[in-house]
Design a protein around this ligand. Structure first.
Ligand code: ZN
Length: 362
């Protein structure tokens, strides 16, 4: 991160208006590097439905059934699986807790071990759910590979982490081998990756079942969700043109949704449609919502690029006005305690840059 920042500082010199637009792109790259992405589209049921534990579950009661006559079994295995449950519990920040019970009437999850993996499957779960809310689940973990060799503690810990990921509602697999939720075992991945963490948190931010917000008809909300998910997939694969279209459709069903307006703004930003980006980001930047801070930062960048473009096209006054508006956003970003260090540093660089352009024109 530090190397990239100093490299950026070196590159931020005044080479004319065109390079300014390029630099706006660079700012985005640096920002994207600190915003951890997730693989939620792959994690959803049928690629679009959230199926997870209910918010009212809070505590998932686990029963571990001690195995009988399984070669390779050792007493430490139970502790190891508990440690894996703890790792997920920690990143869920209190949304879901795990407790252990021997009372079958209180059990939500039963953990069992089996001798060997069936084919290539080293663990599996079977679950029951009502209205896309889990009611109870069985988890089975193999102790030995298909050749009968006992899995090491490290391998078992990995398997447990992966299966618990599914247990929490991550349906599919990540396509990145650095994630625990990658489809095949990666013994070099010792713990949850930042993307695993971002995915499970995103999953538990989604409504547990389809519930429509006040004022939005359920049918409309389902349509909104459908297009919004398509938009998110397109955005994640950097297909910003499609993302913009899907988000536009989603907004027809839920026009006040700040998340989608923010995504319209960032999609337009990536397409270098500076004015469209600025208009949408302005909406999010001026009212409280979870993306307000980021919206202010991107709005500054969009206004800066819009101003530079206007000046380049001969509209000096219009351009300078946009640069002044950009400076106001960057000042805001620098003043707010919620802004990240990188955002503050970037904002300071941009303010200095705007100052230089001003001095050229006055
Ligand atoms: Zn899996």
């Amino acid at each position: 991160m530090l190397t990239r920042l100093s490299e950026l500082t070196r590159r931020i010199r005044w080479f004319g208006l065109l390079s300014l637009i390029l630099q706006a792109g660079l700012v985005l790259t640096v920002c994207a590097a600190v915003t951890v992405s997730n693989y939620l589209p792959q994690a959803l049921f049928h690629g679009q439905y959230v199926e997870r534990w209910s918010d009212s579950t809070r505590v998932i009661q686990i029963t571990m059934v001690p195995p009988k006559n399984i070669p390779g079994w050792r007493p430490g295995v139970t502790t190891l699986v508990q440690r894996a449950f703890n790792e997920w519990q920690t990143v869920l920040q209190g949304r879901i807790r795990f407790a252990y019970t021997y009372d079958p009437t209180k059990t939500d999850v039963t953990v069992r071990w089996r001798n060997q993996s069936k084919g290539m499957e080293i663990g599996n779960q079977s679950f029951r759910s009502t209205d896309k809310i889990f009611t109870d689940m069985d988890l089975e973990i193999a102790m030995n590979d298909p050749h009968g060799h006992a899995f090491s503690d490290a391998a078992l810990y990995y398997i447990a982490l992966h299966e618990i990921g599914h247990l929490l509602g991550i349906k599919g697999h990540s396509t990145d081998p650095r994630d625990i939720m990658y489809a095949s075992i990666q013994p070099n991945v010792p713990r949850l990756s930042a993307r695993d963490i971002a995915t499970v948190r995103a999953l538990y931010q989604q409504p547990a079942n389809i519930t429509n917000p006040p004022g939005i008809h359920l049918m409309a909300y389902r349509e909104y969700e459908y297009y919004s998910n398509l938009g998110n997939s397109a955005f994640q694969s950097k297909n910003f043109q499609d993302a913009l279209e899907y988000y536009g459709k989603a907004l027809r069903y839920f026009p006040s949704d700040k998340d989608t307006i923010y995504r319209v703004g960032t999609s337009a930003y990536n397409l270098h449609m500076w004015d469209v980006a600025a208009a949408n980001l302005q909406v999010v930047a001026s009212t409280p919502s979870r993306y307000r801070n980021d919206a202010q930062f991107y709005l500054g960048n969009a206004l800066m690029a819009a101003g530079a473009t206007a000046i380049k096209n001969g509209d000096k006054n219009g351009g300078l006005q946009k640069l002044a508006a950009a400076k106001r956003q960057f000042d805001l970003v620098q003043q707010q305690p919620q802004s990240s260090m990188v955002q503050k540093q970037q904002a300071a660089l941009c303010v200095a840059q705007i100052g230089k352009i001003y001095s050229q024109f006055h």
